[in-house]
Design a protein around this ligand. Sequence first.
Ligand SMILES: Cc1cc2nc3c(=O)[nH]c(=O)nc-3n(C[C@H](O)[C@H](O)[C@H](O)COP(=O)(O)O)c2cc1C
Length: 382
Amino acid sequence: MESSVAAEKKADPQFLGETAIKPSALQIGRVTVDPPLILAPMAGVTDGLYRRIMAEHGAGMVTTEMVSTQGLIRDQVATWRLCAHDDRVKVPLAVQIFGGDSRVMAEAARRLEDKGVQLIDINAGCPVRKVVKQGAGAALLKAPQGLARMVESVREAVSVPVTVKVRLGWDENSINVVDTARMLESAGMDAITVHGRTAAQFYGGQAHWEWIRRVKEAVSVPVVGNGDITSPGLAEAMLHRTGCDAVMIGRATQGNPWLLSAIAARWSRGRTQERPPDWMDYENLVTDHVSLFLEQKPQAAGHVRKIMLWYSRHCPGASVLRNELTRCTTVGAMLQVFGAWVEEIRHRGLSLMSSKVPEQEAKKERINEKQTLDFRGLKPCG
Ligand SMILES: Cc1cc2nc3c(=O)[nH]c(=O)nc-3n(C[C@H](O)[C@H](O)[C@H](O)COP(=O)(O)O)c2cc1C
């Protein structure tokens, strides 16, 4: 039978050749990101425990969820907790800040640096109403000069690297990411992450990687490509198609840190992992994730359900499990239901891991990727 690697090469030998599977470490100022594989900021998801799990599975840098600069300068304990560093995490931690006031942003960044934060990322992409209303997140894309002044202020306030995470523009009629990136580079930004969607797209449609390539051609600072990476093949396709210096992955890591380990393994030693994870690794990790989470937040049953749903996504019988979990009112009952589901899969000899590291899906991905690169509907402006 043809191996998945051979199938991938056949699918697209141009950009999945052996020579191109080992991108070099990314250097952002004094921060080294090795491998150049970054965990995306995700509000309500990338807490300290999540970051630790992803770092242990191969992320070269992890990112906090966006943190309110108003909350930081008002010394709100809950806000500071979001950016707490864990010594067990051996890769750099980027703290992402959001706000609409340059002075507040600069002051918050200065306080973060005082606490030992290694890298500050500015959120200029969040499309959520509550954030945009404050003139923060994606609202900043509407006035790139203002965003550039904000970057200047933060840059002056700290000596650690300052990066910015942007979307393509506000909507498809106002795509300005290339000009914005140039302005931010002049303002002193050390690297830029481009999520290939407009704010109006939220998470709908597909990410338009072509704009990431255009940004890469326009600036000299490192460019991180983000949007719709769900497999090792697509991580490599992002590098090849856009020329970006690193990839950032968000949603596909939910319940699937093995995606990161598969990519990291390919980039460090070749195309295969030393030992592919099995159902026992799977069960151990879910149990650890849940129990460590409960040590911090014993009452948060809703989040425990969310964690289990992440891990069961794309697995056999996931919809049945989802229904059963919804009926559970206690964490104990959820753990029981989850354990029984894993046991059932194991007995039937089904694989949990094939859906978690979907190398076999290469052909399907190539098709999706073509759609990803179709950016004809989007018009540049300015
Ligand atoms: C639940 C959730 C929360 C997010 N929170 C943030 C955030 O706090 N800051 C940010 O810059 N992007 C945030 N994002 C966007 C992601 O960082 C990323 O840009 C987006 O999901 C596209 O990447 P992906 O296709 O790999 O998920 C969030 C996305 C999700 C799904």
